[in-house]
Design a protein around this ligand. Structure first.
Ligand code: HEC
Ligand code: HEC
Ligand code: HEC
Ligand code: HEC
Ligand code: HEC
Length: 231
C-alpha cells in the first residue's frame, strides 16, 4: 500500500479525475466542430498533417536575406518570443526602421510603405496554427528549457522569398515524443537563436541530462500529463 499512497500524493497536484474528465471535455468541444468527421483520419495517421505548408504572403519577405545575410536576430522582429506565449509578428513600423531609406522605391517594398501611410496592417498569413484547445507557450520552451526555434520550425534562416513553411506536423504525438525525452533537444540558453549550432562532436549522453537539471526541466511524467497541454 505504501506505493499507492505515494502515487495518490503525486496525483494531488494533477488529480486523477481531471485526467479522466479532460478527454471528455476535449472530445465534447471537438464534437461540436463541423469537421468532426475529418478528425478520424488525422488521428489514424498524424504524419499526413500539413508538413510543407507554405501560404503565399502579401510581401515576399525573406528570412534568408534578413537573418542569414544581414544577421538580424529573431528577437528584433519576434519581440515577445522569449518572454510570452506568443512569438509576435512584427508591425510595419519595424520594417520601416530600415525601409524608410532602403529600397523604398522597390515594388516589393510598396505594400510596406502603403501600410505605413494608411495605418492598415500587412495581413500576414499564419503558417503555424494550433487548435484553440491546445495550450502552447514559447517562453517556457525557449528561455526556460533551452529548446531552439530550429527543433520546431527548422532552418527558418534559410527560407527565402517564397516564405516560411512548416517542417513538423504539430500533431499531439509530435509534441509528446519530445516531452517523453526532451534532454537530447536541449542546448545552452544563449545558443537558442543560433539555428546553425550543433552539439560538440564529443558531447556524451549526459550532455542533455545535465542541461535538463541545470534548466529545471520537469520530469517526462509531468510533461505528458493531459492537463499540461489541455487546460
Ligand atoms: C526582420 C524581421 C524578422 C526577423 C529578424 C525574423 N523574422 Fe520570422 N517572420 C517575420 C515576418 C514578417 C513573418 C511573417 C511572414 C512569413 O510568415 O513569412 C515571419 C514569420 C516567421 C515564422 C512563421 C510564423 C507563422 O505564421 O507561423 C517563424 C516560425 C519565424 N518567422 C521564425 C523566425 C526565426 C526562427 C527567426 C530568427 C532565426 C526569425 N523568424 C527572424 C519577420 C522576421
Ligand atoms: C535592419 C534593417 C532591415 C529591417 C528591419 C528590414 N529590412 Fe528588409 N531589407 C533590408 C536590406 C538591407 C535589404 C536588401 C536591400 C538590397 O538588396 O539592396 C532588404 C530587402 C528587403 C526586401 C526585398 C526588396 C527588393 O526589392 O528586393 C523585402 C521585400 C523586404 N526587405 C521586406 C522587409 C519586411 C517585410 C520587413 C519587416 C518585417 C523588413 N524588410 C525589415 C533591411 C531591413
Ligand atoms: C517547442 C516548439 C517550438 C519552439 C522551440 C519554437 N516554436 Fe514558434 N511556434 C511553435 C508552435 C506550436 C506555434 C503555433 C502556436 C499556435 O498556433 O498557438 C509557433 C508559432 C510561432 C510564430 C507565429 C506567431 C505565434 O506566436 O503563434 C512565430 C513567429 C514563431 N513561432 C517563432 C519562433 C521563434 C523565433 C522561435 C525561437 C526563438 C520559436 N518560434 C521556437 C512551436 C515552437
Ligand atoms: C523539441 C522538444 C519539444 C517539443 C517538440 C515540444 N515541447 Fe513542450 N516542452 C518541452 C520542454 C523541454 C518543456 C519543459 C519546459 C520547462 O518548464 O522548463 C516543455 C514544456 C511544455 C509545456 C509546459 C509549459 C508550462 O507553462 O508549464 C507545455 C504546455 C508544452 N510544452 C506544450 C507543447 C506543445 C503543445 C507542443 C507541440 C505543439 C510541444 N510542447 C512541443 C519540449 C518540447
Ligand atoms: C504535449 C502536449 C499534449 C499533451 C501532453 C496531450 N495533448 Fe492532446 N493534443 C495536443 C495537440 C497539439 C493536439 C492537436 C493535434 C492536431 O491538431 O492534430 C491535441 C489534440 C487532442 C485531441 C483532439 C483529437 C485529435 O487528436 O486531433 C484530443 C481528444 C486530445 N488531444 C486528448 C488528449 C488526452 C486525453 C491527453 C492525455 C493522455 C492529451 N491529449 C495530452 C497536445 C497534447
Amino acid at each position: 500500500m505504501a506505493s499507492d499512497n505515494g502515487s495518490s500524493r503525486e496525483h494531488f497536484v494533477f488529480p486523477k479525475w481531471a485526467n479522466l474528465l479532460l478527454p471528455l471535455i476535449i472530445i465534447g468541444a471537438v464534437g461540436t466542430m463541423p469537421y468532426m468527421h475529418a478528425l478520424v483520419p488525422l488521428v489514424a495517421s498524424p504524419t499526413t498533417l500539413n508538413v510543407g505548408y507554405q501560404p503565399v504572403q502579401p510581401v515576399p519577405y525573406s528570412h534568408e536575406l534578413h537573418v542569414d545575410e544581414l544577421g538580424i536576430d529573431c528577437r528584433y522582429c519576434h519581440t515577445s518570443v522569449e518572454s510570452a506565449a506568443f512569438a509576435a509578428i512584427p508591425p510595419t513600423a519595424t520594417c520601416m526602421n530600415c525601409h524608410h531609406a532602403i529600397q523604398n522605391d522597390s515594388e516589393k517594398i510598396a505594400p510596406i510603405i502603403e501600410s505605413y501611410e494608411t495605418g492598415k496592417p500587412i495581413e500576414w498569413v499564419k503558417v503555424h496554427d494550433l487548435p484553440d484547445y491546445v495550450y502552447f507557450n514559447h517562453a517556457v520552451h525557449v528561455s526556460g528549457a533551452g529548446v531552439s526555434c530550429v527543433e520546431c520550425h527548422g532552418r527558418v534562416d534559410k527560407m527565402g522569398e517564397a516564405g516560411v513553411h512548416t517542417v513538423e506536423n504539430l500533431s499531439m504525438s509530435w509534441c509528446i515524443e519530445c516531452h517523453r525525452n526532451a534532454a537530447p533537444n536541449l542546448r545552452p540558453r544563449d545558443l537558442v537563436y543560433d539555428l546553425a549550432w550543433q552539439r560538440p562532436a564529443d558531447a556524451d549522453s549526459d550532455y542533455g541530462k545535465k542541461l535538463a537539471e541545470l534548466h529545471n526541466v520537469p520530469s517526462s511524467r509531468n510533461l505528458t500529463d493531459c492537463s499540461t497541454c489541455h487546460r
